[in-house]
Ligand binder design. Structure first.
Ligand code: SF4
Length: 363
């Protein structure tokens, strides 16, 4: 039974070779309900490039003394970007930024200048401004949050996200996470669990190729599945491949193999086969190979922006929407746009009146 995939079953998929891989790929086809592949047209706005963590694969975080650093964008700057995104037909305002940036004095000074004491209050106000003054729906991905902070963010976000990366605390000893207290999987799982308790439609995922074992990949997928089974709030699981970028600490670290990505996407698909959780693979990190993941069960390309770069993968531009449509159709599927919040969460159980009204107006 697919719904009862055990760690051993997942490991068999992750260790598959030769025709076994093809057989597993065929297995995923049985569970595909339609030939639709979704994406969300978004604008990616990094509120700050300051972060308390220092991940070995990071190409986003900047030092406060960097002459090009964004310490904290002003409301005016953000609103201008949101208005531009409206012109491009974007429906999602993706606020992704460094974790606990207000631990840094430079950020605290900016917050004080803007009339705020804490980063969380500024983020909530930015989301509120997005709802009040634009047609876009906020989706915040700003690292770990406490239950109380998530409660505030829930009221002004259509959905939220946080990559689990991996559930193994062993990775806290490797270059990927050894200087990143916020990547402690216990804290991340707690944040994702609290989002479940608060009924926040949520996106999470795992990062492949940062030193994890296949066993740890299996455990990570199962950890996400367990939270989904308990709270039903996981709307999509991202399977993201580590990509070395010149200048990062892990620039010489090997990329995960193409087959490991294939095996992991199949494993994720089969683990969630009896649910409506989407499996997402970022197309810009798999330029020449993205189509194959659709044949392994992936059914979502994630956020794609016609107006802003992917700031966390700055050397990997998103494909244009037309290009995405062509490569999706070439593989035998149809590309359709979705909102940042999935259809099944668009009701009073998950979203407040204001958000529901905004969404009704969008459609
Ligand atoms: S990857 Fe994210 S959490 Fe890690 S240092 Fe960069 S911005 Fe911070």
């Amino acid at each position: 039974m697919i719904s009862n995939l055990t760690k051993g079953d997942i490991l068999q998929i992750l260790n598959a070779t030769d025709s076994e891989i093809i057989n597993y790929m065929s297995e995923t086809v049985k569970y595909r309900e339609n030939n639709l592949i979704t994406y969300s047209k978004n604008i990616f706005i990094p509120l700050t490039e300051i972060c308390r963590n220092d991940c070995g694969y990071c190409n986003f975080k900047k030092d406060p003394t960097d002459p090009d650093v964004i310490i904290l964008k002003t409301k005016e700057e953000i609103l201008a970007e949101l208005k531009e995104a409206e012109q491009y037909g974007c429906k999602e305002a993706l606020f992704t930024f460094g974790e606990d940036a207000d631990e840094e004095e430079a950020v605290r000074l900016k917050l004080a200048e803007y009339g705020y004491g804490k980063m969380i209050d500024y983020v909530v106000d930015i989301c509120q401004m997005t709802l009040d003054e634009t047609t876009l729906l906020p989706h915040t991905n700003g690292g770990n949050y406490s239950y109380e902070d998530l409660k505030k963010l829930k009221e002004v976000n259509a959905s939220m996200g946080l990559m689990l990366e991996n559930s193994s605390s062993r990775l806290m000893e490797l270059p990927a996470h050894n200087k990143s207290p916020g990547k402690n999987p216990k804290i991340r799982l707690e944040t994702i669990e609290n989002a479940g308790k608060l009924k926040i439609p949520y996106t999470t995922g795992i990062l492949i190729g940062i030193g994890e074992t296949r066993e740890e990949v299996a455990e990570s997928l199962l950890a996400i599945k367990e939270l989904y089974d308990k709270y039903g709030h996981i709307q999509e699981v991202i399977i993201q491949n580590f990509t070395p970028i010149p200048g990062i600490e892990m620039e010489d670290w090997p990329e995960p193999s193409f087959l490991d990505m294939i095996r992991t996407v199949i494993a994720g698909t089969l683990l969630f086969a009896d649910t409506d959780v989407s499996i997402q693979v970022p197309p810009n990190l798999n330029n020449d190979t993205a189509q194959i993941f659709l044949l392994c069960g992936a059914d979502d390309w994630g956020g794609v922006s016609p107006v802003s770069p992917d700031y966390v993968n700055i050397t990997s531009p998103w494909p244009g929407i037309e290009e995405l449509e062509n490569l999706t159709e070439d593989a035998g599927f149809e590309l359709i746009e979705r909102l940042c919040v999935y259809e099944k969460y668009i009701n009073k159980e998950w979203l407040n009146e204001t958000l529901l009204e905004k969404i009704a107006n969008l459609s």
